[in-house]
Design a protein around this ligand. Structure first.
Ligand SMILES: [Mg+2]
Length: 410
């Protein structure tokens, strides 16, 4: 079998009038899931072969830019046998050595292609991808969804969810206390602080310590992702499970967090960490350190979510999968078939390959418009030193008790 070409499908994944950041659902009037749709793009790729088998994959990270990366890589793959996934991964990595090798953009481009190659292999052999990865450890994957308010958490529980994540650094302790009080021990709770560069390790350690009594499944991205040494400081001062890794890519990018045991849960993004090839290796590295894997996935595209199901089915240290249940309605129309959660779980697909395809006609109806934005807060347009509105990457917030105390910020 030979690869004959690669097609890309870029779409605007949501209502374009909602141009907001996903940084914190508690800012402004929009609900959390709608925050995501304003600048969110999904990029799907199809790898064609001379035997008529077509593989599908997804690249997240910075989709409008990554589309160019995929087109640049395509000539390297045309004429190659898609069976040799590792060899082709190495060829792509060498090709972008010197410019795009590190980070989620280069790895994002390689991710979609790698995912499609696994899909082709599964279809060619007539087996699901989980079978190629060593078979199933589990038949269904536990999910968590997002809730920032009590009514949203209770609604998830009614629909069968057993875990949810809240987010934001504006008042994490108050929020978690309220949510734990409402659901008791019936659900696992997580919080995502979204890797804020305006939260110093000292502040993050204080926040983490204040969160100790609430028995969280994990505290995610308490500081900026580049501040790897800061994680050590937080770990030394707070007894909470830490999670990070969504903005890193490949075994080389995730290595420090794992080998230095700076996290309890590693969260490579299925759409941008370097493909199924890298996800499997990252999981194995983590396993050797008794670190669980919870792929960052739910806020991104539905094809990457399918890939995550196969990976989590096959690895022993798979913890839980992120899924925004109340997402944009177009998510359901983008792929065939659409997986439905049952009692907070998704069944692992049994069709050959990944078991998913996109509806190309639907995707074409949502042309990409933009992919970047800056946070919009209630004080948008103002310049307020030491607050979110300053919009400076590395900063310390003033009046920190307002943000990190148990009271609602005013
Ligand atoms: Mg996150």
């Amino acid at each position: 079998m030979k690869i004959t070409g690669i097609k890309t499908f870029l779409m605007h994944a949501g209502a374009p009038d909602l141009r907001r950041w996903a940084a914190d659902g508690s800012f402004g009037k929009q609900t959390f899931s709608k925050n995501l749709t304003g600048t969110r793009n999904w990029l799907f790729v199809k790898v064609m072969t001379d035997e008529g088998i077509v593989g599908i994959g997804e690249c997240s990270g910075w989709p409008r830019v990554i589309e160019t990366g995929v087109r640049d890589l395509a000539p390297l793959l045309v004429g190659e046998d898609p069976a040799h996934i590792e060899r082709l991964w190495q060829k792509m990595q060498i090709a972008i050595m010197g410019h795009g090798m590190t980070g989620v953009v280069g790895a994002g481009a390689m991710t979609g292609i790698d995912m499609a190659l696994w899909d082709i292999k599964g279809k060619a052999l007539g087996v699901p991808v989980w079978n190629l990865l060593g078979g199933k450890v589990r038949d269904r994957i536990r999910l968590y969804s997002h809730a920032n308010a009590v009514d949203a958490a209770l609604s998830l529980r009614e629909r069968g969810f057993t875990a949810f994540k809240c987010g934001g650094v504006s008042d994490p302790v108050r929020k978690v206390a309220e949510l734990r009080d409402a659901v008791g021990d019936s659900m696992d709770i997580m919080i995502d602080l979204h890797g804020p560069p305006w939260l110093t390790p000292a502040d993050a350690a204080q926040v983490a310590r204040a969160l100790e009594p609430y028995n969280l499944l994990f505290v995610e991205d308490p500081i900026a992702p580049e501040n790897v040494d800061g994680y050590r400081r937080i770990r030394d001062h707070a007894n909470v499970a830490l999670a990070a890794g969504e903005r890193m890519a490949t075994i080389f990018g995730e290595r420090d967090l794992i080998e230095r045991e700076l996290v309890d849960v590693i969260q490579p993004d299925t759409g941008r960490a370097g493909g199924i090839t890298q996800m499997k290796k990252i999981a194995a590295m983590a396993e050797a350190h008794h670190i669980m894997m919870a792929p960052h996935s739910g806020s991104l595209g539905p094809v990457a979510e399918y890939a995550a199901l196969h990976i989590l089915a096959a690895i022993p240290n798979g913890l839980i999968l992120e899924r925004i249940e109340d997402d944009w309605e177009g998510r359901e129309k983008t792929i065939i078939p659409h997986p439905r959660q049952e009692n907070g779980y998704l069944r692992v697909p049994d069709a050959p390959g990944l078991g998913v395809d996109i509806d190309e006609d639907f995707v074409r109806q949502w042309p990409s418009e933009m992919n970047v934005s800056i946070p919009v807060t209630e004080k948008a347009g103002s310049y307020a030193e030491g607050t979110f509105d300053e919009q400076v990457y590395v900063q310390t917030r003033f009046r920190r008790g307002v943000y990190f105390g148990k009271k609602k910020p005013t």
